[in-house]
Design a protein around this ligand. Structure first.
Ligand code: NZQ
Ligand code: ZN
Length: 390
């Protein structure tokens, strides 16, 4: 069944080799003064910084560099918002991965707000305006290029918050798969794990529909097949282009139009892990996935596992349901492991002494325990998942 929904993604996607040449024309619609945001230097190594600067010759460019993975409110968002105000910036151009895009979205809102920016990010105050954002994406993963969310860490509060507002949709996202050729095997694996998890967060919901199941299973299949090719052949355009496009659909809602809302429990858990231990988002999700699946497996959820077993993995349809579910959970575990992700949290630096605190943190900030969640998770359940993931 398809339930009621409203859907609108106002972002223009421009996809393909060399599309970045359209940047000056697209930017000019929004003004002359640009805040150019980027991360720790990958765009300089791959020559993209020079290319963008050439294209921006007719513009006044203010730069914010050094945006961290798991972008930080202070210094990155605070500095970016200050630069926008001091220089009367008209438009933000984000060049990088999800962290650069997310930070730029938060800057876009904070630049138009006179109070403490964290009030917007934490949902205490609703933004009334945001600067326009254009981006050139260099890493296939989060879907930030096609959604209106951003995720910002506040180190002082050990907090990592998802901040969602339609004001934050990028105006135009330029997606050239060749810019992802230089992404490391680790980030390629983690980015794909993130995107697979985005689909699973929406697949495990109620009600569902044949159509949504079909596009979600196709998305996971494409991600699983193409990441294995990209890991072996980083410059394989076919594989990188499919990864880039499929990842873009992760979080903008289209995969779940008319489906129930699941509460995105694995993301809630992972955001606490990243807030406390600054781990790579996709790695945390890959590790949590099989443990969360095992926690929620019951007669009530069995049908989802059986559908994945039959339609995604092609397992023998005559297998008993419980056996099929076990094979599905093991298949995800082995798949993530085969991409190079260590399937335990301890090697990533997570320590067991924080598990209880993280469980409290998740319950304080997220929806995982609510009745309407696909499977509500209380504190003992969260602790079981985290302990099993160690
Ligand atoms: O900083 P630089 O030098 O650019 O290096 C980055 C960074 O070290 C590097 N990289 C990016 N493109 C590259 C490259 N290296 C070589 N060649 C390239 N072409 O990769 C590293 C990781 O980058 P990052 O942007 O942090 O990765 P990702 O895109 O996975 O973003 C992760 C962040 O997005 C949030 C996560 O929580 C995390 O903070 N998420 C955002 C979402 C959204 N907006 O919708 C949803 C997601 O669920 C997620 O929570
Ligand atoms: Zn994610």
């Amino acid at each position: 069944m398809i339930g009621d929904f409203t859907y609108n993604t106002p972002t223009t996607l421009v996809f393909g080799k060399g599309v970045v040449k359209g940047l000056p024309e697209a930017l000019a619609r929004y003004g002359k003064t640009v805040l150019l945001t980027y991360g720790g230097g990958s765009i300089k190594k791959m020559g993209l910084y020079d290319e963008v600067m050439r294209l921006l010759r007719g513009f006044k460019v203010v730069e914010l560099s050094g945006i961290e993975p798991n972008p930080k409110y202070d210094p990155s968002v605070v500095t970016g918002a200050r630069l926008c105000k001091e220089n009367n910036v008209d438009v933000i151009l984000a060049v990088g991965g999800g962290s650069v895009l997310d930070c730029s979205k938060a800057i876009a809102a904070c630049a138009m707000y006179d109070g403490e920016g964290w009030d917007l990010i934490s949902g205490k105050v609703k933004a009334t305006a945001a600067l326009p954002i254009l981006d050139v994406l260099t890493l296939a993963a989060t879907g930030s290029e096609y959604d209106c969310g951003c995720v910002i860490s506040n180190t002082a509060l050990s907090d990592k918050r998802g901040y969602v507002d339609p004001l934050l949709y990028p105006a135009v996202s330029f997606l050239d798969p060749t810019y992802t050729f230089s992404v490391s095997p680790w980030q390629t694996a983690c980015g794909t794990a993130d995107a697979i998890n985005h689909v699973l967060e929406q697949f495990f919901s109620r009600p569902t529909s044949t159509f949504n199941d079909g596009i979600m299973i196709a998305a996971i299949r494409s991600l699983m097949d193409n990441v294995l090719v990209a890991l072996k052949e980083p410059t394989n355009y076919e594989a990188r282009s499919e990864l880039m496009y499929v990842c873009s659909w992760g979080c903008n809602g289209i995969l779940a139009n008319g489906s129930g809302y699941s509460g995105w429990p694995m993301h809630s858990i992972e955001h606490a892990l990243s807030a406390y231990f600054d781990i790579t988002h996709g790695a945390g999700l890959a590790i949590i996935t099989p443990r969360w699946m095992r926690e929620i497996l019951s007669d009530r959820t069995m049908e989802r596992f059986v559908t994945l077993g039959r339609s995604l993995f092609g397992f023998d349809a005559s297998l008993p349901d419980a056996e099929m579910a076990e094979k599905v959970i093991n298949a995800f575990y082995s798949f993530f492991e085969s991409t190079g992700i260590p399937m335990h949290l301890a090697p990533l630096g997570v320590t067991a002494d924080k598990i209880e605190e993280m469980a409290d943190h998740i319950l304080a900030y997220d929806d995982t325990s609510q009745d309407w969640a696909y499977v509500p998770l209380d504190k003992p359940a969260l602790i079981r998942i985290l302990k099993a993931s160690m």
